[in-house]
Design a protein around this ligand. Structure first.
Ligand code: NCD
Length: 325
């Protein structure tokens, strides 16, 4: 995993330190993240207009290459590309030729022959987006839409945008990340983004079995008790139990997990009164979050989804600008 990270950092930047692919948050810097956030802020206005279009990617082709199920990420990438006037292809690998024995590289070559400009890749294997970025034609950009447990960089940026909309600065914040951190690419990318933006204090709250070993080395405070970890936090980031990635039983059962780690109104009261509640989705009600909290006034979960469109527009626009200048 460490090797993927280091190589991805190098591969995604051009000689001027600008994004040419977007594979991971690791290795970026605060000004680059801030400029993505500013750009996304500008695109939010387009989504509010009666005609939701910009011509920035007119004549370009974006291919969504999804090897793993997705609702929010795929559709928001698709909408983002369409709002920038690109042509969009959605390739669902479950119904494509790779199931007829065609190799991934052959599928790629065929899609390149259709003159794709951007591949958005989602895959259950860590390093998949990096692999494609390594082998793809040099004129094609790759954006990681989530690879295994490794990274989900656009999710981290859209979450930073959501935080920025509610809180005046990152430096003074206390942020809690709660749940299945071990299997979460979202948590990994969030941690890196929060740290790059200089967040004051990060709490990770989970049962021991759902925490990576040596998590303290990430400069976070570890809590096994939810109420304790939530004390006076400004932002609560909930995570889904990634049961599809659990190789063995790491938990007694979902009811027990909810009893100890479910975010109920009572527990949320330990956080600051103006704390926001975030979740990348899909949410599992009564597993990690109470419906009254998911739908409550502190929840910004649906705002995260809307922000996802603007952020994905910003990433695509920035990469295409960098490539044309
Ligand atoms: C996340 C993912 O797929 O990594 N969802 C998302 O992209 N919105 C988180 C999850 O599946 O729990």
């Amino acid at each position: 995993m460490i090797e993927i990270m280091n190589k991805s950092q190098l591969l995604q930047l051009d000689n001027h330190g600008r994004l040419r692919h977007f594979l991971t948050i690791e290795g970026l810097n605060a000004p680059l993240i801030q400029s993505l956030l500013d750009k996304a802020e500008g695109f939010l206005d387009i989504s509010r207009q009666p005609i939701k279009k910009s011509s920035l990617l007119q004549g370009k082709t974006v291919t969504n290459l999804f090897f793993e199920p997705s609702t929010r990420t795929r559709t928001t990438f698709e909408l983002a590309a369409k709002r920038l006037s690109a042509d969009v292809m959605n390739i669902n690998i479950a119904t494509s030729s790779t199931t007829k024995g065609e190799s991934l590289l052959d599928t790629l070559r065929n899609l390149e022959a259709m003159h794709t400009d951007i591949f958005v890749v989602r895959h259950d294997q860590s390093g998949a987006a990096h692999f494609i970025a390594e082998y793809v034609d040099k004129n094609v950009a790759v954006i990681n839409g989530g690879d295994g447990r490794h990274a989900h960089p656009t999710q981290a940026i859209l979450d930073m945008l959501t935080i920025r909309q509610h809180k005046s600065s990152f430096e003074n914040l206390r942020v809690a990340i709660v749940g299945d951190i071990l299997h979460s690419r979202v948590a990994r990318s969030e941690l890196q983004a929060l740290q790059l933006l200089g967040v004051g204090e990060i709490h990770v709250i989970a049962p021991k079995t759902l925490l990576p070993r040596f998590i303290e080395q990430y400069g976070v405070k570890v809590f096994y008790d939810l109420s304790e970890g939530l004390r006076d936090v400004d932002v609560v980031m909930m995570l889904r139990l990634q049961k599809e990635r659990m190789l063995s039983a790491l938990l007694p059962n979902e009811q027990e997990y909810y009893r100890c780690y479910g975010l109920t109104e009572e527990r949320l009261a330990c956080a600051k009164p103006d704390a926001i509640v975030m979740h990348p989705g899909p949410i599992n009600r009564h597993v990690e979050i109470a419906p009254s909290v998911a739908d409550g006034k502190q929840s910004v979960i649906l705002q995260q989804v809307s922000n996802g469109i603007a952020v994905r527009m910003a990433v695509m626009a920035m990469i295409m600008e960098n490539r044309s200048s």
